[in-house]
Ligand binder design. Sequence first.
Ligand SMILES: *Cc1c(COP(=O)(O)O)cnc(C)c1O
Length: 362
Amino acid sequence: MTENRIYNFNAGPAALPLSVLEEIQESFLSFKGSGMSITEISHRSKQFDDVINDAVARTKRLLNLGDNYHVLFLQGGASLQFCMIPMNFLPEGQSADYVNTGTWSTKAIKEVEIQNKKCETVASSDDRDYCYIPKNISFNKDAAYAHITSNNTIKGTQWDQFPNVGDVPLIADMSSDIMSKKFDISPFGMIYAGAQKNIGPAGVCMAIVRDDMLKRVPEDLPSMLKYTTYSSKNSMYNTPPCFAIYTIDLVLKWLEETVGGIEKIEEINRKKAGLLYNLFDTSEFFRGTADKDSRSLMNVTFRLPSEDLEQKFIKTAQENGFGGLKGHRSVGGCRASIYNATSLEAIETLVDFMKTFEKENG
Ligand SMILES: *Cc1c(COP(=O)(O)O)cnc(C)c1O
């Protein structure tokens, strides 16, 4: 741990790799010898063109995307995608399937309903406070698309295997687990992710959209709400969030070149999450809230025997250099968000601290 830096378990905005922050710092006053910082350079310049093209190329390599996928950068967060998806991909007279696995799925469904468009919640885990991922779901063969939330940041659950939806395009909100583990892109018509969890700072949302989906985009939408506006202008129809895209590029460079790619980070992520879940499985004191077969590798949610002990735990952890362990305000309890940038060493140190806390308070 570097001086003054804490172990950061924030859910989002979240920890970034230290080497990325240092690279930003080093090149901040004069980006690539330009005499300007990245925040002062024109988005129409060669320098920025190189940055955005590099971010796209790295995304394509890391996720193994064919030429039929377009990597786009949008503002408005993952939340704007909740309404843009039905606007662009759900025509009048058709219906879309949604799986409701928690807060973010619920919000996505709400944005379809606001537009008076049709959707069906084909499965939901609300009967047990979203502590699991539904199984054996029947999707509609004629749905315009099927939407899931791949990782539920607040409830601490994650799809292990994606559902088989046949020929219906799958769309996933991957805000909190994009680039964390290997998956096959081919069933997906679109995936999207607010950057501030696993790939960068707040202010930009990455969307990866397949060619055939772009053909559905209606002509009469406002320009900024059409995916084709972004795909035809390399995400630079208007001024893009340059600094956020630059940071994503550095994070992806770190993932490719320092970590060694998605398979490597998945191995590390499984080890990291395993340390915490193993503690829950052997402790009477710490209790994981997600069903075992639905546990998230990214957001580990847990409870202590009482709310008083939880408060004491969060406070004592903070005093010992562990930040961000408070659960989401809507659910309480504790949560350790352990995205790509959180090191194995950080988790080992946290687990040691938790064992000591249990000994002293159990
Ligand atoms: C954080 C989060 C969002 C919201 O992202 P914004 O960029 O704040 O709009 C949506 N979905 C998931 C799964 C998230 O974790």
